[in-house]
Ligand binder design. Structure first.
Ligand SMILES: Nc1ncnc2c1ncn2[C@@H]1O[C@H](COP(=O)(O)OP(=O)(O)OP(=O)(O)O)[C@@H](O)[C@H]1O
Ligand SMILES: [Mg+2]
Length: 336
């Protein structure tokens, strides 16, 4: 039974999209759409579409309409948003169109943010507001950002890493990098190719990362056998990888994450740095579930980095909260 909600927070992510209101999570689906190529007609979306990836005839294309956190396929994103809104709305949607707060990465261009705004309106929302993801995430994990003292958050997603310092209900300084979960998968695939002469796809690399991966070497060791394709003769062949090998493979992307955070710290006013050292840095997003990432960042930054209870859903929850308190946040909400 669809739930009635008129104010929705929508975290439109490169890999996953989550819809929430101020009480609960309403939808959580991969940001994937299957379309009939000729008519540009959407046939499936979400989990069903993701499971079709790499398994469809030529007439159908399975697409991730967002890249690096921004809309790459406008019409398809609008169709996806329309389905999401329809799914959580009462049957006669046109009588009661929702207000929505859509998230977008920090640092997007005005053209990119306008596209998000227009996609929201085109999808049937009566009013569309935009919020940068680090601000939404900070609200979603209840950081005390309504005070003059400094708070820091690192959003480790699939397509973006965003580090931000917040105070007085707004972002003081922030940086976005495109090195995140997907680049970690690429780094694992490149490692397996170089060391074992074996080609593996992104889903297999991701499995290695999630099942046995770690940010720091030298901890408890696990291993996993994966199937790949020999790069010389093209034949299938297995290889067994260990936790330390994955940590080794992740060294470069994790270094880039640290550099992104350091660039933010460099431009943070000293008074706020003192607060951040006291309070620590919250890590959120799907990639914050990489084993040992909190220890790794604590060591690399010299500031305690800590995990949160709702790393995946906090951005959508925060967006819904922001919609309810939009008068207070007025100056901090991104314009389109
Ligand atoms: N246990 C885990 N260990 C490591 N990585 C994980 C784990 N679970 C999920 N991930 C990674 O989290 C990423 C997805 O995170 P998330 O859903 O926050 O991204 P997103 O919001 O869609 O992307 P973005 O915010 O960058 O646009 C994927 O790259 C996935 O592999
Ligand atoms: Mg995200």
């Amino acid at each position: 039974m669809p739930l009635f909600s008129r104010e929705l927070g929508i975290d439109l992510g490169t890999l996953n999209t989550i819809v929430a209101d101020t009480r609960q999570i309403l939808v959580q689906e991969p940001t994937v759409v299957a379309i009939v190529v000729e008519e540009l007609k959407m046939v499936e979306w979400g989990t069903v579409a993701r499971d079709m990836m790499g398994r469809v005839p030529e007439s159908i294309e399975v697409i991730r309409p967002l890249q690096n956190g921004v809309i790459a396929e406008y019409e398809i994103t609008e169709k996806l948003l329309k389905e999401l809104i329809r799914k959580v709305s009462p049957p006669m949607l046109f009588l009661n169109r929702p207000k929505i707060m859509l998230t977008m990465p920090y640092g997007v261009t005005s053209v990119e943010s306008r596209a998000v705004h227009e996609a929201g309106l085109g999808a049937g929302a009566s009013e569309v507001y935009l919020i940068h993801q680090p601000l939404a995430a900070a609200l979603g994990v209840d950081l005390p950002i309504n005070t003059p003292s400094g708070n820091m958050i690192i959003c480790l997603g699939g397509g973006t890493t965003q580090a931000a310092v917040l105070a007085m209900n707004g972002i003081v300084c922030a940086e976005t990098s495109h090195t995140a979960g997907l680049k970690m998968d690429d780094a694992i695939a490149a490692y397996v190719r170089k060391k074992y002469g074996l080609i593996i796809g992104q889903p297999t690399a991701e499995q290695l990362k999630i099942k046995i991966g770690s940010a720091i070497p030298g901890g408890e060791q696990q291993s996993l056998e994966v199937q790949g394709q020999d790069q010389v003769n093209g034949l299938p062949r297995p290889a067994t990888l260990t936790t330390d090998e994955i940590a080794d493979a992740l060294e470069d992307p994790l270094n880039e994450v640290v550099n992104t955070v350091k660039r933010v710290l460099e431009k943070t006013p000293p008074e706020l740095i003192a607060d951040i050292i006291d309070r620590g840095v919250a890590i959120v997003g799907g990639s914050s579930m990489l084993r040992g990432i909190d220890k790794y960042l604590t060591r690399a930054l010299g500031i305690p980095a800590y995990l949160v209870d709702n790393p995946i859903t906090c951005t959508a929850e925060g967006a819904a909260k922001a919609l309810a308190m939009r008068a207070v946040l007025r100056r901090s909400l991104a314009s389109s």
